[in-house]
Structures are given as C-alpha cells and as structure tokens.
Design a protein around this ligand. Structure first.
Ligand SMILES: O=C(O)C(=O)C[C@]1(C(=O)O)C=C[C@@H](O)C=C1
Length: 289
C-alpha cells in the first residue's frame, strides 16, 4: 500500500507504525525540550563559573600567588636605582615593598629598561611598573595608572658656567650645542621632537650620563625636574639647573598597573595613605640626599 502523504502523517500524529504517534509523541517532545533546557542551563552555569574563574582579576591572581611582580629600570635616582651593593633602592622601591606588605604578598623585582618597559609590561612580565614613570597616552592605553605621586616638568641641566645660557628651547637648539639624552623614555622623545639643529647624542647608560656633561663631552640634557635638582646636588659646583622661567613641560609620575579595577583601587588607596601621612615625602626626601 502506498504511504499516505506527509501532511496526513502529521494530522494523524505520525507515520504509520510510529510508536510515538499522537499524544504520546507530543509528551515525548515536551520531555525532550525539558531535558534540552536543563542541559543548556547546566552548560550555561558551568561556563559562567569557569568564566568567573578565568576572569580572576590581577589582584586576585597576585594574592593567590603571594607575590607582586614589580617592573623597574633601576637607573633613575631618586626613584629606582642600584645601591653600592647592587641591590635595588630608591623612593619608589621602598614604596613597592610597602605596597606588597599592604596587599599581604611579597615583592619580586623584575628589571626592565625604558626602551622595553612597555613591551615587557604587555608581555605580562610584571604586574606593576614603577620608578619615576611619566603618565602618557601610550602607556595609559595598555594599563591603568595609579594616583600620581609626583608632579614634575622637564628642565635643562648643564655645567654651572652655562646655567644662564640654555634657558629656552631655541637657545639649546643650535648646531654648536651638544644635547645628550638617555634612550627609550620621554626624554628621548622630547629631545628628538624639539631639537632639529642641535646634535643629539643618545647615551646608553643613564647612571653615568651626567658625568658626560661634567666632563665636557656634552653640553646639556633636558630631563625631569626632580632629576635635575638631585644631579645638581650630587655634582655640586659642576652641574647646575638651568635658570628657565618655566619648565618646558608639565607631567605626572604614577604606577602603571595591569588593568583591573580591584588592583587600581588597592594601589590608589595605598598611594593616598602614603601621600596623606607624609610617608611618601619622607621616602623621597631621604632618596634626594
Ligand atoms: O619615560 C619616562 O617615563 C621617564 O620619565 C623616564 C626618564 C626619561 O624620560 O627618559 C626620565 C628620567 C630618567 O633619567 C630616565 C628616564
């Protein structure tokens, strides 16, 4: 016998011989829908739970590991530099240790350079970068910046005999003025942006760069005001802050953090406490000696 048309099957509740014909077929369909829904709910629940686990923020990860990894250059007095015994010291290094203690974890220092800091940060080599770091858009794009701990500006430093000579960008940007700069940071960018006629020497070792000016191998460096003041003090009578009317720029220093609202809130709370209590000022004053 020829099979009835499909429509007829549907009207009859199923093809001939279908054991789930009629009402029992509909009941089965209902049961199947229910179990699909239950399975879907289970999958959704599992996914949500594992997403929450995977999305453990940076702070939760740091606390789970018991360690906060601090990236720093170790070449910028008074913030982050190497002491006589080779160990990291400076105002921000001292802050990093206190920050770790406030989070209940250990500080592990990872040395980086101004040139590679951002790539190292993006590669996940550390949780926080600190040590006289200027807030700028390229850095703010890849991490969160904490509350600032220094407001500063770029100014020139030169041999004391020249302290009234290089007071403007025009006076510095002359073919006869030898500008010197450390590589990879905001100084480098500033020098190449503003000095077109003056020869620029990019000197690799920031720790001894000021000796080059003192020894007459270069004439002037434009750098952060804090550094100008400290190096003038450390090289008293030889190097002096150039008598500019106004710093050439204004900027803030802060700590660059892995993006995580909880980490930012914790570091900001720590920073505010250190600023309000005068602890940060004490640390900075001690490192400026
Ligand atoms: O890049 C920055 O954030 C800096 O402030 C660092 C910077 C620089 O501008 O090169 C500033 C002063 C130090 O001598 C070393 C590095």
């Amino acid at each position: 016998m020829a099979a009835p048309p499909k429509m007829a099957w549907r009207a009859a509740g199923g093809p001939p011989g279908d054991r789930f014909a009629g009402r029992s077929r509909n009941r089965l369909r209902g049961t199947m829908v229910k179990s699909y829904l239950a399975a879907a709910a289970l999958v959704a629940l599992t996914l949500t739970a594992s997403a929450a686990w995977a999305a453990d923020g940076a702070l939760a990860e740091i606390q789970k590991a018991g360690v906060i990894r601090i990236g720093t250059t170790g070449d910028y007095k008074p913030f982050s530099y190497k002491g006589a015994d080779g160990s990291l010291t400076g105002a921000d290094i001292s802050m990093a240790k206190d920050l770790a203690a406030s989070l209940g974890v250990k500080a592990e220092f990872v040395t980086t350079t101004w040139k590679t800091m951002l790539d190292d940060f993006k590669a996940g080599k550390f949780d926080v970068a600190l040590g006289g770091i200027t807030v700028n858009p390229a850095r703010a794009e890849v991490g969160d910046f904490s509350v600032s701990n220094v407001s500063d500006g770029k100014r020139p430093i030169a041999r004391c005999a020249d302290k009234d000579k290089y007071t403007t960008l025009e006076a510095i940007d002359q073919p006869t003025v030898r500008v010197i700069v450390n590589p990879g940071g905001t100084n480098d960018k500033f020098a190449h942006q503003h000095f077109k006629k003056a020869p620029i020497e990019v000197f690799p070792d920031n720790k001894v760069i000021f000796g080059q000016i003192a020894a007459g191998k270069a004439d002037v460096m434009v750098t952060d005001g804090v550094e100008v003041d400290l190096q003038s003090k450390l090289n008293a009578g030889v190097l002096c802050p150039v008598a500019v009317k106004e710093p050439f720029t204004h900027f803030e220093n802060a700590y660059l953090l892995r993006k995580d609202p909880a980490l930012k809130a914790a570091v900001d709370a720590f920073m505010r406490k250190e600023l309000d209590s005068g602890n940060w000022k004490k640390k900075l004053d001690a490192a400026m000696q």
